[in-house]
Structures are given as C-alpha cells and as structure tokens.
Design a protein around this ligand. Structure first.
Ligand code: BTN
Length: 262
C-alpha cells in the first residue's frame, strides 16, 4: 500500500494528510483508525478505491485520479457532533469552493449532494463510531467524493447521465490533487468558524444553497411523507405550513426534500 504523508499548514484538517495510491475505501480505512482521538484532523486521500462506498449501501466508483476521494477523521466537540451540522459544513464548503473555482452557483440537494447546473458533482458520506475514549466518545468520518476529470462519456458508460464533473461543467482542465488541497483549505476555514461558536453563518449559507425556503416541498420522512410550503429552515428543524397547523420536523427525521412540482 504506497502512501505519502504531509503536514499541511491548515489549522484543523490535513494534519497529517495521507495520500494513498489505492485503498479499498478511504471511509473504511478512517473508521479503522477511529479509536484514537489524537488522530483528530487526520485526512486521507486515495487516487483510487477498490470498494468505494456511497449512501444507502451503494458503491462509489471512479477511475484513478479522476476525482477527489477523501475522508476526514474528526472528534468534534459535543455541539458539533450532529450529522446535520457536519453535513451542512461539508456541503456548504464544497459549494463555496466550486463557485470560487468555476464562477458557477452550486446547490445542496438534501441531505448530502452538491449539484451544479442540476448535475451531481459531489456526494458526502458521514459515518460515526464510538471511540471507546471517555472524553471524545464519538468519532466522525466525513467522506467526500468530488468529480473532477470525468467526461460526459465516462458518466454515460457508468450509467450516471445526470452526473457532472469540474471538467464537464466548465470545459476546462483541473488537476485533482490541486482541487483536493483547495477543498481542504475551504473546509478547514469553515470548520474553524464552527469551532469558534459561529453556527449562524453556516446555517444561513446552508439555507441559501438549499434554495427551498418559501417553496412547495415534498418531505420524505423515515416514516412517511409530508407536504406543504417551507416556512422556516433551521438546524433545529423545518416548519411546513399546509393550510392547517404548521408542522415542525426535525432534520434527523428527514430522508429527502424535493420540490412538489418537480
Ligand atoms: C453518495 O452516495 O453520494 C456519497 C458518496 C461518498 C463517496 C466518498 S469517496 C471517499 C469516501 N470513501 C468512500 O468509500 N466513500 C466516500
């Protein structure tokens, strides 16, 4: 297993950054290291994965060097442990990074996808484990797959006609390691703001990138469906008004949100 290790000059992530020629899955590897809180901030990058994992038990495949395949191991303080916060942090940082390098606006599709021009360019897989350490009981592994160099033909062959990469969306060339480093810096800055206690900025950016407020939505819950106009959207929950009593729903109860007329 060929691996290089570097220490980035970031504050929280990539300290160290390990870059593998190949791993089964960066998330699986990070989870195996999740018993030791001194590894907080360890970031793993793989040029390719032989058993990359996506949400809902799906696989995540990408040709060597075609995309950022990254996992970050964190032991966040209690106020930052909720998956909804960690997901929002990563999705917002990815969206901001994409806008910075492409000039295109990026949207978050609840809960874990980032889209540009309606095409999925990034997926996020957050997994948590108890670390067995009393002071830091919960380890979080944040997995990110960001498409960089794939062509429209690559996506067609993979049966993913609605996917996009930095190259397909801009017609420009991108260097995958450079994209990875830029993204780590963006994530590091946003994580620093969260650690400093500012969740309001993240919440407001998350709301903007979700672009659902005031719209008629269909909310797929773990135990049913709810529909109505989205009157409020915060980390504490969303409020649906549908003519009757407004209904409050906590983020943890929600699988997907789509526009009612889509
Ligand atoms: C999704 O299904 O949209 C989430 C995909 C997450 C893929 C990334 S690639 C790096 C990390 N390692 C994995 O095995 N999965 C995540």
């Amino acid at each position: 297993m060929a691996v290089r290790e570097i220490m980035l000059s970031t504050r929280h992530l990539g300290r160290p950054l390990r870059i593998f020629d190949e791993l089964d899955s960066t998330n699986t590897h990070a989870l195996a290291l999740a018993d030791d809180p001194s590894r907080n901030g360890l970031t793993l990058l793989a040029r390719q994965q032989s058993a990359g994992r996506g949400q809902y038990g799906r696989t995540w495949n990408a040709a060597p060097d075609s995309s950022v395949l990254m996992s970050i191991l964190l032991f966040p303080p209690p106020p930052l442990r909720r998956p909804v916060l960690l997901t929002a942090w990563v999705a917002v940082a990815v969206a901001q990074y994409l806008t910075r390098v492409t000039g295109l606006s990026a949207k978050i599709k609840w809960p874990n996808d980032v889209l540009v021009n309606g095409r999925k360019i990034c997926g996020i897989l957050i997994e948590q484990r108890t670390s067995g350490h009393s002071e830091f009981p919960l380890a979080s592994v944040i997995g990110i797959g960001l498409n960089v160099q794939q062509s429209a033909d690559d996506f067609g062959r993979a049966g993913l006609p609605l996917a996009g990469s930095l190259c397909t969306l801009t017609d420009r060339a991108f260097d995958t390691p450079e994209v990875a480093l830029g993204l780590i810096e963006q994530l590091d800055a946003e994580y620093g703001r969260m650690l400093a206690g500012d969740l309001g900025t993240l919440e407001s950016l998350w709301r903007t990138h979700l672009d659902l407020l005031g719209k008629d939505v269909c909310v797929e819950l773990h135990d049913g469906i709810a529909e109505g106009k989205l009157a409020e959207l915060t980390f504490e929950g969303l409020i649906l008004s549908d003519g009757d009593e407004p209904r409050q729903i906590v983020p943890e109860a929600i699988k997907h949100i789509t526009l009612s007329n889509s």
